[in-house]
Ligand binder design. Structure first.
Ligand code: GAR
Length: 208
C-alpha cells in the first residue's frame, strides 16, 4: 500500500515510519512521497536520505486554502496514494479535501482527545494540571482533531515535567502506536462505523 506522509517539522514520526514500515520488506507499505508546507522542515532531509520523493507546498504560494489543498491533492493522486498520514503537519484541511479522502487521512495528536485539541496540546495539558495525558491516532474529519479515534496510549504527567520532557515521553508512545495503526489499516483491519472505529481481528470485531 502506498502512503503519503505530510510533515511540517522535525519528522521523528516520519523517521520511525521509514525504519519500521518503508524499509521493512515484509510490511508491504511504501512511503511514496513526503509533502511539507515548510521548505526547511527536517522531515524533508530524512525523506531524501531514505530516497523517498519530496514535495514542498507552501500556503503563501496560493491565494486560497482550497487552492493549497488542491495542490497537495494533485501530488497525492500522482503517486496513487491510498492513505494520507499526517505526522506533525500543522495545517488544517478545508472540507472539500477532507470529503475527497473520507476515512483516508489519519493524524497523530499529543493528547488524549477529545481533551486538548488544537495547536498547543502539551502546554494546555500541563496548564490544566492533568495527571495523565497521552497520544491519539484518529481519522481526520472536517473539525479540529475531532474525527473518529483509532487508538490511544496513556502517558503519566510528572510534577517535574515541562513541555519538552512531557512531549518527549508522549513521542515515545507515538513512535510505537503510529506504525502499528498504519499496518492494521493496510491489512484492512480498521473499520469505521459512525464515530466508532472497530478493529477486525480473526473474524472478530472489537472496539479495544
Ligand atoms: C508530534 O508529537 C505530533 O503529535 C504533533 O507534532 C509532533 C511532530 O513531531 N502533532 C500535533 O501537534 C498535531 N496537532 P515530529 O515532527 O518529530 O514527528
Amino acid at each position: 500500500m502506498k502512503i503519503a506522509v505530510l510533515a511540517s517539522g522535525s519528522g521523528t514520526n516520519l523517521q520511525t515510519l521509514i525504519e519500521l514500515l518503508h524499509k521493512d520488506e515484509t510490511s508491504d507499505i511504501e512511503i511514496a512521497v513526503v509533502i511539507s508546507d515548510r521548505q526547511n522542515a527536517y522531515a524533508l532531509t530524512r525523506a531524501k536520505r531514505a530516497g523517498i520523493p519530496t514535495q514542498v507546498v507552501r500556503t503563501n504560494d496560493f491565494e486560497t486554502r482550497i487552492a493549497f489543498d488542491a495542490e497537495i491533492a494533485k501530488h497525492i493522486d500522482n503517486y496513487s496514494v491510498e492513505l494520507i498520514v499526517l505526522a506533525g503537519f500543522m495545517r488544517i484541511f478545508q472540507p472539500p479535501f477532507v470529503r475527497k479522502y473520507h476515512n483516508q487521512i489519519i493524524n497523530v495528536h499529543p493528547s488524549l482527545l477529545p481533551a486538548f485539541p488544537g495547536a498547543t496540546p502539551v502546554v494546555d495539558s500541563l496548564a490544566y494540571g492533568v495527571k495523565v495525558t497521552g497520544v491519539t491516532i484518529h481519522f481526520v474529519d472536517e473539525g479540529i482533531d475531532s474525527g473518529p479515534i483509532i487508538a490511544q496510549a496513556v502517558v503519566p504527567v510528572y510534577e517535574t515535567d515541562d513541555e519538552e520532557s512531557l512531549h518527549n515521553r508522549i513521542q515515545i508512545e507515538e513512535h510505537k502506536l503510529y506504525p502499528k495503526v498504519i499496518k492494521q489499516y493496510a491489512q484492512g483491519k480498521i473499520k469505521v462505523k459512525g464515530r466508532n472505529v472497530i478493529k477486525v481481528t480473526n473474524n472478530h470485531s472489537s472496539t479495544q
